[in-house]
Design a protein around this ligand. Structure first.
Ligand SMILES: Nc1ncnc2c1ncn2[C@@H]1O[C@H](COP(=O)(O)OP(=O)(O)OP(=O)(O)O)[C@@H](O)[C@H]1O
Ligand SMILES: [Mg+2]
Length: 310
């Protein structure tokens, strides 16, 4: 039996004047998922999060989060979920520990449980040793980690992360990504994450959705999305020419054949075998040195979707 949906939207829509920021969104996110919400700037990702948290009224459709209707019970949703939105919500003059103590009080986590929880969050993020320092002096990456700790403080069952690694250098981003993965697993929290980093989405997420101009273009496991695309084969060698390409294009399963920087680049349907195609090139006088076949990355899928859709 599949896990119950923790987030469900039906035709969820939000317009701002003539802009359809979120346009008829149908989503179902099972409990325990790390869900990646991908899309270009202005696609409607942040607006969707604000709708799901009940911070913004939909202009059409509906959404239930943790079993609560976002229009009627936004308060309950916000109590039972954690969120890291565009502002990290930290007090720069307070130390890391005092920041978390402050928020723990807000959540009515007291005494020993509070101290233990703060330590349990700061340690895996590598911040425990530096807990006494004022946050204002910290780097962006460290503040971002602390903001993650803040969002997880009250053990929410659902965590919203709006571009958690935005503005971090590649090393800091990779570290935070790894630590996030560990924490999320340990806490067993369902995550709704937006990112522009497709490697990040591929590493962290068991399901991703791609949106553009408020509309859902694709949803599935990153591998499923990649599998739905053609396979790429790149053939390196010498003596390749247009006549060969014409022959290749006539073969079943060859979606596209092109010469790129002296290499033959093929797009193949799922069923196509490369060996006979290489044979064909050799028979026509081509010298084949190397054949590389791959599925393409999630980034390829994303870019193709962006090109295909108006
Ligand atoms: N409060 C608002 N008033 C008017 N328009 C808004 C408002 N909030 C969002 N929009 C518009 O809705 C669209 C979606 O914006 P949103 O911030 O949700 O995009 P996003 O996918 O989060 O983009 P980014 O990747 O840049 O963060 C944009 O066209 C934006 O200008
Ligand atoms: Mg945004």
């Amino acid at each position: 039996m599949s896990a119950p949906a923790i987030i469900r939207t039906e035709g969820l829509t939000r317009t701002f004047g003539s802009v359809r920021a979120v346009d008829g969104l149908d989503l179902e996110i099972p409990s325990g998922t790390v869900f990646g919400f991908l899309g270009p700037n202005g696609a409607g990702k942040t607006t969707t999060i604000r709708l799901l948290l009940g911070l913004l009224e939909p202009t059409g459709g509906r959404a239930t989060v943790l079993g609560f209707d976002t229009r009627a019970d936004g308060g309950s949703i916000r109590e039972q979920s954690g969120a890291l939105l565009e502002h990290h919500g930290l007090y720069e003059r307070l130390s890391a520990e005092d920041n978390l103590t402050f928020y723990a009080r807000v959540w009515r986590i007291g005494g020993e449980a509070r101290a233990a929880r703060i330590r349990a969050l700061l340690q895996p993020l590598g911040l425990w040793e530096r807990r006494g320092e004022p946050v204002g002096r910290w780097s962006r990456g460290m503040k971002q980690k602390l903001a993650v700790a803040r969002a997880l403080l009250h053990k929410p069952s659902l965590l919203f992360l709006d571009e958690p690694t935005a503005g971090l250098d590649p090393v800091a981003a990779a570290t935070l990504r790894d630590e996030l993965g560990t924490l999320v697993q340990r806490e067993g929290v369902t995550v709704f994450l937006t990112t522009h980093n497709l490697v990040e989405a591929e590493r962290l997420c068991s399901r991703v959705a791609v949106i553009k101009q408020g509309r859902l273009l694709a949803v599935g496991h990153p591998d499923e999305l990649k599998a739905s695309r053609a396979t790429r084969a790149e053939i390196t060698g010498r003596g390749f020419n247009e006549a060969m390409l014409a022959l290749l294009r006539g073969r079943p399963g060859v979606v596209r054949a092109q010469l790129q920087n002296g290499r033959i680049v093929l797009e193949l349907a799922e069923s196509a075998e490369t060996a006979p195609l290489v044979g064909l090139i050799v028979q026509s006088g081509g010298l084949v040195e190397e054949v590389r076949k791959d599925k393409g990355s999630l980034e390829d899928v994303f870019l193709t979707l962006m090109e295909e859709e108006p």
